[in-house]
Design a protein around this ligand. Structure first.
Ligand code: NAP
Length: 251
């Protein structure tokens, strides 16, 4: 199979990231699945290869500068120059402000903001050389503010400013930057939140769905579809946008 583009998806081993990997592969891209532990990428890589696609699993912490540079170099060597980047890796360290540790704050800033910065800086070189690029950052409805998420809300709002700035700086090199901001999506991340607050996941989903205009919670494929649009060749005149994928308008 000949591939149109090489894409990197961070946090690609599970959840939304895994759905994005599968979708970009079925869109015809070779996909580098980056996650903390290379072994956890294997299932997604195998699935893509079984379907006739090309994928490479790479272990790297997106908050670690040398690991990021090494990972991007490896992708370029083994798959070709990456010209699509999806900054999806994320963690939650929810706590009310008075209970939030400095470590809770730093972990979230490091993975979401520093991670997206390091990855984008490493990959932009390949994009500007190719005079083509698509950067998609995962924001969240929490960017508008959410109780218990001072760290996460700040990071997700920060990613929107980061996205708009990249779109301004990189546009003349054929590179677009956009953000997808999901609402409630059924993944291990939201399952862990349900567990933390002591509510069965089905009940947690049902009470979330009751607040959502389309009357259901989201699935990873709902987000992957939006990412696929921004990552497509035809979306070249759409840049600096934030698309909410939340089953309704965002208050
Ligand atoms: P998830 O199921 O927790 O998956 C996140 C993935 O990121 C995991 O595979 C995790 O690896 C990986 N990761 C964490 N830290 C990393 C690091 N430093 N370097 C590389 N990989 C790292 O989360 P998800 O629900 O799919 O969320 C994906 C993205 O969407 C996140 O940015 C999240 O904030 C955003 N989002 C999610 C929702 C939602 O409702 N689920 C809503 C809005 C936005 P490990 O498994 O090794 O920890």
């Amino acid at each position: 199979m000949t591939h149109t583009r090489v894409a990197i998806v961070t946090g690609g081993a599970r959840g939304i990231g895994a759905a994005v990997c599968r979708r970009l592969a079925s869109d015809g891209m070779a996909v580098a699945v980056i996650d903390l532990d290379a072994a956890t990428c294997k299932a997604v890589v195998d699935e893509i290869e079984t379907a006739g696609g090309t994928a490479l699993g790479v272990g790297a912490d997106v908050a670690d500068e040398s690991a990021v540079d090494q990972a991007v170099r490896r992708v370029a060597d083994e798959l070709g120059a990456p010209t699509v980047l999806v900054n999806n890796a994320g963690v939650l360290r929810d706590n009310l402000l008075f209970r939030m540790s400095t470590d809770d704050w730093d972990s979230v800033m490091n993975v979401h903001l520093r991670g997206a910065f390091l990855m984008s800086r490493a990959v932009q070189k390949h994009m500007t050389e190719a005079a083509y690029g698509r950067i998609v950052n995962l924001s969240s409805t929490s960017a508008a503010g959410n109780r218990g998420q001072a760290n996460y809300a700040a990071a997700k709002a920060g990613l929107q400013g980061f996205t708009k700035t990249l779109s301004i700086e990189l546009g003349k090199f054929g590179v677009t930057a956009n953000a997808v901001a999901p609402g409630f999506i059924e993944t291990e991340m939201t399952a862990a939140t349900a567990e933390r607050v002591g509510v069965p996941f089905e009940e947690f989903k049902a009470s979330a769905a009751a607040q959502i205009p389309v009357a259901r919670t989201g699935r990873p494929d709902d987000v992957a579809h939006a990412v696929s649009f921004f990552a497509s060749e035809e979306a070249g005149f759409v840049s600096g946008q934030v698309l909410y994928v939340a089953g309704g308008p965002v208050a």
